[in-house]
Design a protein around this ligand. Structure first.
Ligand SMILES: [Zn+2]
Length: 396
C-alpha cells in the first residue's frame, strides 16, 4: 500500500481534508487579503510583513524574516535534523500602481471564478501555506521532519529566483523541497526549464530627422534585429522558445533615435538547444554591431537552471499519489521555470504543485477557479505529511 493512501486513511487526516471544503471561503478570503497588498518583484516588503503577522498568529515557531524579506516559520517535527521546506513566492508581475480590484463572476458566495491580478499567481499559493499551518496546528499532527513554511521573494521577472536561492542555501541539499503555486492544480512540475535572459542595447550618434536623414537609427536597427530573431526556427520538441517582452527607445518624433533596447527571454527543455539559440542570437547581434556608427551590446540579465527529477523518484511518486487520492486523474507531468528549478537544478528531489485551476496568468484579468481548491489543499496536506513523515497515533 502506498504511503499517501495510508495517511489518507488516518481519521484525523480525513477530518482535516473535509474541513478544506467547509472552510473554503476562509482560504479564498485570505488569498484576497494577501493579493490586495501590492508585491512586485523586489518590492515584497509590505506583503512580507503581513504574512509574517499571519504566521505569528498560527503559532508556528521561529517566525522571522531574512534581509531580502523571505518569511520563515517552523512547525516542529520530532527530529529537527530533517527539514521539509514548503515555499510559495510572494512576488507578482504587476507594478506597484496596478489596480488590484477583485471581480466575481456572480454573487460573491456563489462564484467559483474570481478575477484579480496576482490572485492565482501567487496570493493563493501563499494562502495555501497559512491554511496548511492552521490545519497542522488545529489537528496536532506530528511529523518526523520539521516543516518550514517559507513565503519567498523574487520568483518572477528579473528576480532570477534570488529568494529561493537564499532558501536553498539556508536549508541545504539534505532538506526536501515542495513549491506551491496558486494555479496549476493537477500538474506536477518535476523538470526545470532552462532560461536565459538578455538585455540588447543599440546605440548610435542619433541626429535630426530631416537634416541627418540616412544616419543609423537605433530603433530601426533594433527592430530589424528583432525581426531576424522572430524568423529563427525553433523546434517544437524539445520545446524551445524566445520572447521579446520589453522594448524601449528614442526621445522625440523628429529625432533619429540614438538609443533603443529590448529584453529577451529564451527557454528550452534541452540545455544544448538553449545554448544553440543563444549563440544564434549572439551572431545576429554581432552582425548588427558590424555596421558603421552602431554599437549593439547583449548583456545577460537572468539565468535559471535546468534539470530533471525522475518520475520514478519517491517525491514525484508521492505527489502523483496525493493527486490521485483526491480524485485528480490523469496527473500531468510538467517542465517549467518555477522556484523548484533551484533545488531541481542542484539535483535535490523536489516538485512544484498547484492548488486550484486558474487562467489568464500574468494578465490583468487573471482568475482563479476554486472548483478544485479543496482537493488542491487536500493534496497539499497529504503530500506534506508523506514528505515530512506523519507520526502515527499508535507510534508515540
Ligand atoms: Zn508563480
Amino acid at each position: 500500500m502506498n504511503l499517501v493512501r495510508e495517511i489518507a486513511m488516518d481519521n484525523r487526516v480525513g477530518a482535516a481534508m473535509a474541513s478544506f471544503e467547509s472552510n473554503l471561503r476562509t482560504t479564498v478570503d485570505l488569498a484576497v487579503a494577501i493579493q490586495q497588498i501590492p508585491s512586485p518583484t523586489f518590492e515584497e516588503g509590505e506583503r512580507a510583513v503581513y504574512v509574517e503577522s499571519l504566521y505569528a498568529k498560527t503559532g508556528l515557531d521561529q517566525v522571522h524574516k531574512d534581509e531580502i524579506h523571505n518569511v520563515f516559520g517552523r512547525y516542529a517535527g520530532t527530529d529537527s535534523r530533517q527539514s521539509l521546506v514548503i515555499s510559495a513566492h510572494l512576488d507578482t508581475v504587476f507594478p506597484i500602481a496596478t489596480d488590484l480590484a477583485i471581480r466575481y463572476d456572480g454573487p460573491k458566495m456563489e462564484s467559483n471564478r474570481i478575477y484579480g491580478p496576482g490572485l492565482a499567481d501567487n496570493a493563493l499559493g501563499v494562502a495555501g501555506l497559512i491554511t496548511l499551518a492552521r490545519t497542522l496546528e488545529r489537528n496536532g499532527f506530528r511529523t518526523e521532519s520539521d516543516i518550514w513554511l517559507v513565503a519567498n521573494v523574487a520568483e518572477e521577472g528579473l528576480g532570477n529566483l534570488m529568494g529561493m536561492r537564499a532558501v536553498v542555501d539556508k536549508f541545504g541539499p539534505d532538506a526536501t523541497y515542495l513549491v506551491l503555486e496558486g494555479g496549476s492544480f493537477g500538474l506536477v512540475f518535476h523538470e526545470a526549464i532552462g532560461v536565459h535572459r538578455y538585455l540588447i542595447e543599440v546605440r548610435t550618434p542619433g541626429g535630426h530627422s530631416w537634416g541627418d536623414f540616412g544616419k543609423p537609427n537605433a530603433i530601426q536597427i533594433l527592430s530589424s534585429l528583432i525581426n531576424d530573431i522572430s524568423n529563427l526556427n525553433v523546434p517544437a520538441e524539445p520545446k524551445t522558445t524566445f520572447n521579446i517582452g520589453v522594448i524601449e527607445g528614442g526621445t522625440t518624433v523628429n529625432t533619429i533615435a540614438s538609443v533603443a533596447n529590448c529584453q529577451l527571454d529564451l527557454r528550452s527543455a534541452e540545455k544544448d538547444l538553449l545554448d544553440k539559440i543563444t549563440n544564434q542570437i549572439g551572431r545576429l547581434v554581432e552582425s548588427a554591431n558590424g555596421q558603421p556608427d552602431v554599437q549593439v551590446v547583449m548583456t545577460q540579465i537572468g539565468k535559471r537552471p535546468s534539470g530533471r527529477i525522475s518520475r520514478e523518484s519517491a517525491v514525484v511518486k508521492m505527489a502523483t499519489a496525493a493527486l490521485e487520492q483526491v480524485g485528480c486523474s490523469p496527473v500531468e507531468f510538467m517542465a517549467g521555470s518555477t522556484d523548484a528549478s533551484v533545488p531541481i537544478g542542484l539535483g535535490i528531489p523536489s516538485v512544484c504543485i498547484g492548488l486550484a485551476k486558474s487562467g489568464n496568468t500574468h494578465r490583468l484579468d487573471e482568475f482563479v477557479d476554486i472548483t478544485h481548491l479543496a482537493q488542491g489543499l487536500g493534496q497539499l496536506l497529504l503530500l506534506s505529511l508523506a514528505m515530512a513523515g506523519l507520526v502515527g497515533e499508535g507510534a508515540e
